[in-house]
Ligand binder design. Structure first.
Ligand SMILES: CC(=O)SCCNC(=O)CCNC(=O)[C@H](O)C(C)(C)COP(=O)(O)OP(=O)(O)OC[C@H]1O[C@@H](n2cnc3c(N)ncnc32)[C@H](O)[C@@H]1OP(=O)(O)O
Ligand SMILES: CC(C)C(=O)C(=O)O
Length: 572
């Protein structure tokens, strides 16, 4: 790269528009959408769509809700010509949908375009020619007058052919291609000449489409150009002002949104931003940006995954995992503090209340995504995400201090593997560390008795260091009785239980925090249909883990047991 790029890349010269109106405005309604997936998108594909794929793509666009669809450049290829004919001849165009086709300003191409459209109920004929100095000189070897004459000749021929075929409701669209690189007063001169030649009326409007064929500047400058045109175009009430931003600088979405503030009424683009080079503006993002600001976009992305799968299949191009609203990872949080905040936000949701989940601008359910995908766990994750997944996928509600302990274990695991841990991985690790910690102590069977004085006696058949033993103990509840039976000088800190499932299949999940003398506290867990069995297993799991040296995973400041706030165990 150059140390000083200013000679090679002179900066864009913005238009002067000190009284611009667009910055203070707010978008309150959706624009007229035009999908050019089958034209601008298609011309940018490594393998352009065949007729069959075009038809299925067209049907997808109709199902999403597009009312204007640019279907082809019919004079460019037999495939495109035949596709337009097929749409018309086989009656694939719903009454409320208008097809659009593009043509250069060349007589033979325009005539062929009309051949393709014969018999259409309604059609937009889209004429384009580049107007910027570089194209005037290099492509057309011409000048301003020549380029304007080209546009006028094309317009007049289209008008003649349209007038000769009144059975079709013709709509005319003109695009000064390379508009954003064109001197504004020349772009205006050409557009106004074309408008005068077409003579649109408020009842029979024409479309003037102002493309950022190549994105030349920050969006504010493009939008100043749009507002200036909006103010100066002739017969403004007879013109639908349209924009067609490309994404060379990565700001096409911003350019389109601001252009709508500046007076544009229509946007042309492609799903997921397919199109020449860096793509056309992404209509999915534009629509869902509106939706997440409370504006109905008129396009339906309720099953965004299905739309994405089909578009990837048609275009043979992947949608980026971080693509706004659609990417595989966009409803996912890996980092601990985000997961914590999302979990709290999801827990606090009330039906009918405004969506207020931190870090998620859109409810994933509205686009057919599930909450399960919201949180994923890697080495950057904290207890919030881990416990969310364990709870949502397996119903396990770990107490807070145990969440901290378990998240340390998961972090060791993900640090070592360098990989994401799925909910299944988390559960497997939970089983391995807690539920399967069955040595040196394991309970085979027990009998419990509750006396009139409120004490519990417990008799157990235990396996201890590989040997079977019978032990007996008593206490205020089964856990105290178990400590007594084991003759253990240990303290029980936290105790937590909840049901897993319901009805006849319900099981109890118990979590016990135990501290052996001189050792850090440590959790154990047990799950059983019998609640006392689950509690005994949980205590023995904590004991085994302590004896196996698994204690000590609680971080600094958490080693000491807190004062107990719950009774050691239910008395039933
Ligand atoms: C920005 C956009 O996306 S615009 C749409 C662009 N899409 C496409 O080009 C895809 C389909 N195009 C094609 O298949 C071909 O270009 C065709 C069939 C339309 C024309 O093919 P060809 O006749 O071989 O011409 P080619 O594409 O090389 O075009 C160059 C000629 O067209 C002229 N031309 C280019 N654009 C236009 C225009 N809008 N109006 C009139 N003439 C034009 C050029 O000046 C050049 O003329 P020259 O040969 O006298 O120098
Ligand atoms: C012809 C126009 C609309 C175009 O595709 C572009 O400028 O990118």
């Amino acid at each position: 790269m150059l140390a000083d790029p200013s000679q090679k890349y002179p900066p864009f010269s913005p238009i002067a528009l000190p009284d611009r109106q667009w910055p203070g405005r707010v978008l309150r309604s959706a624009p007229q959408w035009m999908s050019t997936d089958l034209r601008d998108g298609n011309q940018a594909l490594i393998e352009p769509l065949d007729g069959e794929a075009k038809l299925r793509f067209f049907q997808l666009l109709v199902a999403i809700g597009f009312k204007e669809i640019e279907v082809a450049f019919p004079a460019a290829s037999q495939t495109d010509f035949d596709f337009v004919r097929r749409l018309i001849d086989e009656g694939h165009i719903p009454d409320d949908v208008t097809i659009e086709v593009i043509t250069q300003a060349r007589e033979d191409l325009i005539c062929r375009t009309f051949d393709a459209l014969r018999g259409a109920r309604r059609a937009i004929v889209h004429l384009y020619n580049a107007t910027a100095p570089q194209w005037r000189e290099t492509v057309f070897a011409s000048d301003r007058a020549g380029v304007k004459a080209l546009a006028l000749a094309g317009t007049r021929l289209i008008r003649k052919l349209a007038d000769a075929d009144p059975a079709t409701d013709w709509v005319f669209q003109y695009s000064p291609e390379t508009f954003s690189a064109t001197e504004p007063e020349f772009a205006l001169e050409v557009c106004n000449a074309v408008i005068a030649a077409w003579e649109p009326t408020p009842e029979r409007k024409m479309i003037v489409n102002l493309p950022a064929t190549v994105e030349m500047s920050t969006p504010n400058h493009y939008v100043d150009q749009i507002e200036w045109m909006h103010r100066h175009l002739a017969r403004r009430d007879s013109v639908v002002l349209s924009v067609h931003p490309h994404n060379d600088r990565g700001t096409a979405v911003a350019a389109a949104e601001l252009a709508l503030l500046a007076g544009a009424e229509r946007v042309e683009g492609c799903l997921f931003g397919n199109g020449e080079r860096t793509g056309n503006v992404d209509l999915v993002t534009l629509a869902l940006n509106l939706y997440s600001q409370g504006v109905a976009p008129g396009l339906d992305f309720s099953d965004i995954d299905a739309v994405q799968r089909q578009v990837e299949d048609f275009n043979r191009l992947p949608v980026h995992p971080r693509h706004p609203y659609a990417g595989e990872l966009v409803y996912t949080a890996f980092s601990g503090s985000h997961q914590d905040a999302i979990k709290k936000g999801l827990d606090a949701r009330r039906p009918g209340a405004p969506w207020q989940v931190p870090y998620l601008p859109l409810d994933p359910a509205d686009v057919g995504r599930s909450y399960d995908a919201v949180i994923r766990v890697n080495s950057q994750s904290g207890k919030g995400g881990i416990s969310y997944l364990l709870q949502s996928e397996y119903g396990l509600q770990l107490p807070r201090r145990m969440q901290i302990e378990f998240s340390r274990l998961i972090q060791q695991h993900t640090d070592t593997s360098g990989r994401e841990a799925t909910a299944d991985d988390l559960y497997a690790l939970f089983c391995r560390h807690y539920l399967e910690s069955r040595a040196p102590y394991r309970c085979h069977s027990f009998a419990q008795q509750r006396r009139d004085d409120g004490t519990t006696t417990l008799s157990l058949q235990l396996e201890q260091h590989g040997k079977n033993r019978s032990v007996h103990g008593q206490g205020g509840g089964p856990l105290e009785a178990l400590l007594d039976a084991l003759d253990l000088d240990a303290r029980i800190g936290d105790y937590h239980e909840h049901a897993l499932g319901s009805g006849a299949d319900a099981r109890a999940a118990c979590y016990v925090e135990l501290q052996l003398p001189g050792q850090p506290a440590c959790y154990g867990a047990g799950i059983d249909r019998n609640i006392t069995a689950a509690a005994i297993d949980a205590l023995l799991s904590a004991l085994n883990r302590s004896l196996e040296g698994e204690a000590g995973t609680l971080p600094a400041g958490h080693e000491e047991l807190p004062p107990r706030t719950v009774p050691l165990i239910y008395s039933r």
